[in-house]
Design a protein around this ligand. Structure first.
Ligand SMILES: Cc1ncc(COP(=O)(O)O)c(C=O)c1O
Length: 390
């Protein structure tokens, strides 16, 4: 018997990050620095908002794009933090996590044969969703440019592939590198993109976790061609609540809004109530600042500790990942290194090659875990390296 199947599913690689996480989870006494999952609790006023919503029998279908209240809170958030102006009625769609926002936006703009330009190494979902949509990912290796897409590189790729490129995905601060773009670079990229048919999907889910200065959005410089993606997973430790959003010009957001309506109808009312206070109140903002300060301290600790151990790495400006090169003894074999580190030192990390071209030879550490876990992990890595050099 042959079961019917969408052929596009055959094009998608298995999720390597999950596969390694599952494999390493089976190791006794393992310290897991694998998954990008905040270790903080959800802010109290968001928890209370969920309880209140349930108690008030707020149980009926809400508007497809999200309640007016949550869209107003999102518009307030984007204006207050990033000086972006969006009308809650026309310009915002609330999704089930940024994950759904990525799916809706990629699917809305491509047809078979089209290309989606994806600077790499990066979050693997952009490639998978492109393949699912029947289009072709165009992964460009940014490892020679400190993991950032330079204006020259963008120009060169557009010259080579021309109109075949329908979408550019930019993720900053980036997973897995933690790198982000300066206002000047975003402006230079915007100037090249301006007037082309390329839609920019700006995944800014880590925007609130930017440590060394303000976060800038490319939407500031290219408003008519940009859809901004964000959510409360990372900024408010609400990964399990599943709320993200898309913001952009009315004509551009129509297609993603249709995919959203057809696939999920709308997000859940209690979750939207939680996000409304997370994004719309001073308490919600204060909770983010507290988490950001803690992440910044951990970043400083991990970067210093790894450098003292002899690793070479750029200092990440945001998110909660560091992306060092594997020790020389392993050459570019990042998979071999992370397997040895997990099996011999009981420290689980993710090989850089799981994030696409340019990731080979590196490995990702997530520091969204306690300081004690990080200190214990660094001690184990030190012992592992000492053993290695004997
Ligand atoms: C770059 C990036 N975008 C999107 C997501 C998914 O976010 P959400 O939990 O809102 O679906 C993640 C999660 O790790 C991520 O790293």
């Amino acid at each position: 018997m042959t079961r019917p199947q969408n052929e596009n599913l055959n094009r998608i690689h298995p999720n390597i990050i999950r596969a390694y996480d599952d494999r390493f989870s089976a190791i006794d006494d393992i310290l897991k620095l694998t998954i990008g999952e905040p270790d903080f609790n959800v802010p109290e006023n968001s928890k209370q908002a969920i309880i209140d919503s349930v108690t008030a029998n707020d149980s009926h279908y809400g508007p497809s794009r999200g309640t007016v209240a949550v869209r107003e809170a999102i518009a307030h958030f984007l204006k207050d933090r990033y000086q972006l102006e969006y009308d809650p009625e026309e310009n915002i769609v609330v999704t089930v996590g940024a994950t759904e926002a990525i799916y809706d936006t990629i699917c809305a703009f491509v047809n078979p044969g089209d290309k989606v330009l994806i600077p790499s190494p990066t979050f693997p979902l952009y490639e998978s969703d492109t393949l699912l949509a029947g289009a072709d990912p165009l992964l460009v290796d940014t490892s020679d440019d400190d993991f950032l897409l330079t204006p020259d590189h963008l120009k060169q790729v557009i010259t080579e592939y021309g109109d075949a490129i329908k979408v550019l995905v930019l993720n900053y601060p980036g997973n897995p590198t933690g790198r982000t773009y300066s206002a000047e670079t975003l402006q230079a990229l915007a100037e090249i993109l301006d007037g082309t048919n390329i839609v920019v999907i700006a995944d800014e889910i880590y925007s609130e976790l930017t440590y060394d200065g303000p976060h800038h959005s490319i939407a500031t410089y290219l408003p008519e061609q940009t859809l901004v993606l964000n959510g409360v997973s990372k900024s408010h430790a609400m990964t399990g609540y599943r709320l993200g959003f898309i913001a952009g010009p009315a004509d551009l957001i129509k297609g993603p809004a249709q995919f959203h309506q057809l696939a999920v109808t709308t997000n859940a009312n209690p979750v939207e109530a939680a996000a409304t206070v997370a994004l719309g109140t001073p308490e919600g903002h204060a909770a983010t600042i507290q988490m950001r300060d803690a992440y910044r301290q951990r970043r400083d600790y991990v970067v210093t500790a790894l450098r003292e151990l002899g690793f070479t790495l750029d200092e990440p400006e945001g998110a909660f990942y560091v992306f060092p090169h594997v020790p020389e003894a392993y050459g570019e074999d990042d998979e071999h290194f992370v397997i040895d580190l997990a099996e011999q030192a009981h420290v689980a990390t993710v090989p850089g090659s799981a994030f696409g071209p340019g990731g080979e030879g590196y490995f990702r550490i997530s520091y969204a875990c306690s300081q004690e876990t990080l200190e214990a992990a660094m001690q184990r890595i030190e012992a592992f390296l000492n053993h290695l050099s004997k």
